[in-house]
Design a binder for this molecule. Sequence first.
Ligand code: AOF
Ligand code: ZN
Length: 350
Amino acid sequence: MTTPQADAEERAMRRALELAASVGPQVLPNPRVGCVLLAPDGSGVAEAAHRGAGTPHAEAAALALAGTAARDATAIVTLEPCNHTGRTGPCAQALLDAGVRRVVFAQDDPNPQAAGGGETLRAGGVEVASGLLADEARALNPAWSRAMELGRPFVTWKLATTLDGRSAAADGTSRWVSSLAARRDTHRLRALSDTMLVGTGTVIEDDPRLTVRAADEAPLERQPLRVVMGERDLDPGRRIFDEAVVGGSLHLRTRDPRAALAALWERERRHVFLEGGPTLAAAFLRAGLVDEVVAYVAPMLLGDGRAAVGELGIESIAAALHLDVTDVRVLEPAAPGEDTNLRITMRGTA
Ligand code: AOF
Ligand code: ZN
């Protein structure tokens, strides 16, 4: 049974979700969060979204806009108000200080350092309800949410192959097996991450830029950190190290995926987009550190050439790695003469 109050709160939560999404694809290392303050009669008092690390949290921004009108208000937030002093102060305390009467939040905070705001509010005499549109709220920050639970960056492995699982011809000529539409789609996904990761082999052979570019090839304003891992020395003139590109780059001198992810976590990296060659992909798969797989498949046969993934130590069909498909998309050609490609998204094996 719904009541006018429940209806108003759900409408406000939908608005808070919309505000959070309006800031752009991601604001990693922080989550996207929205907040709406409602007066006791259900009318809107103030609303705000969080815009990225170091800027006010959504609740703090909405409280600042509301001023004394926050007294006796209901705060509708997409994420549990934080309970910690990080780059900014604790929102649970700010809501108490402002005299908010009721707090409705969607997703429990999966960040162990910040969680507990709900309890603090309750202990301070505020009415607290949680779980309203929680799935929608988690979908604002899927990789961030999982990363906070795991205590390591979320890993998306992207591969682009021919129908026979090749990513380059035997003579190395084919820099791209995937279509222009597939490459553009890849850039859209790169923009959701905060870290591009390849192995030394890829830097030596392909010299990739690893930047995120728009359809007209112009680099976006926000760029992920470009990381190469492996023990081999690299020529500092390789394009990944281009200092003119924002976002920065890094050579992690390890071949161990777990050590690389730990080092990236320390640097507050939350979502790694793995585009490395077959050796790196195999290392992550063997370590059980792939959370999501995005495969672009071109209707093309090479019969020979570089495989998308290296040795996995699988000796019989019974030991095969099975992935769950979550989405399949047909990517129509973006230009004449291009192939139609498929994009298959799967849950990883982590
Ligand atoms: C945000 N924005 O609107 C809310 C957050 O160290 P800080 O200050 O950047 O705090 C980040 C944590 O605060 C974040 O991981 C999450 O657990 C909590 N809530 N964070 O960036 C917000 N409400
Ligand atoms: Zn906060």
